[in-house]
Design a protein around this ligand. Sequence first.
Ligand code: NDP
Ligand code: MG
Length: 362
Amino acid sequence: MKKIVVLGATGSIGQSARKVARDIPEHLQIVGLSAHANADELAVAAREFPAAKTALSSGPDGAQRLIELATLPEADMVLIAIVGTAGLKPALAAIEAGKDIAVASKEILVMAGEIVMAAAARQGVKVLPVDSEHNAIFQCLDGRGSRHVQRLILTCSGGPFRQTPREELPGVTPEMALKHPTWSMGRKITIDSATLFNKGLEMIEARWLFDVPMEKVDVTIHPQSIIHSMVEFVDGSVLAQLSHSDMCFPIQYAVTWPERVANSLRPLDFAALGKLEFEAPRREDFPALDLARRAGETGGTLPAVLNAANEVAVQAFLDHRIPFPKIWETVARVMDESPFVAHPGLDELLEADRLARELAAK
Ligand code: NDP
Ligand code: MG
């Protein structure tokens, strides 16, 4: 029986985590739940798990309440399912308190992957990937280290504009971008999936989680979202992980690892699937991938800058203040204009994040 705290319990990942806990109650107990402002949904979650402690993170002492939940003595593991970088400090607090962390919030690994992984190694705790691609890679690696890896191949649905001609991209509205072809997710990540910044963030996330250089992280478009990612080993063999596109699969594996636990999730029917397709990403039309590769290769404060500028630009697009391609332009410009620190500590990363948000807003 694992006892877990769910930070961001009211979001898309949070709701799937609650579903997993209801599905396998003999293996998983939720002992803590947080929301930011959605008190009604937090109350629903609290009724599902009456023994769990709860916290609302908006409000004056919100940050402190999150840390208290993240370090609850009875918890074995903390699932970070907060959108954006607000989960970073609670994640570090959980690690310092000796808890394993299951990370959905890719933004915290993009911003501070080196610091999070180093802290986890120092404390001897596990960082379990929830993002479906990284969970797939984790399953394929099955404990093998990076010296066995030739290439990590992240699959990408291509988003709703996979086949949209470049000249039509300026006409894309938030309503169009919020319709993802294969996954149902929160608003921020759905826009990231349309720009391909989601895959860009995941490239950097993979670099830290699996300790491989950026040049070994590759992306292939796979419109059906059935293969969640693959590992090509040095001997040329490739392993893949497959399932329906339902986040309950990776969430369950992260929280029950190293066990495999029977559940009520729908199995694949290959005859019904028919075919799985692959194609190369349109790098020129969707510059997010190359911007992320550059940020990941350069390292230092640049990934934090990319991430912060992207968050601001996505919000501006959702608010109908900028056109769709301006998200890429904003991130590229903020990356060019931000000061660079090669080996930043946490304070320098937070400062780079703050400054990048200011520049992006401008
Ligand atoms: P949602 O927007 O659906 O949910 C976000 C959650 O975070 C909510 O519980 C929200 O509370 C809470 N929250 C929002 N802002 C803050 C804040 N400033 N401080 C503390 N809590 C906050 O997002 P998703 O569930 O889609 O995504 C969560 C994370 O998981 C993201 O980092 C995303 O990239 C990642 N992820 C998501 C996937 C998915 O399928 N959805 C797949 C892979 C990764 P409230 O409801 O009160 O606003
Ligand atoms: Mg993903």
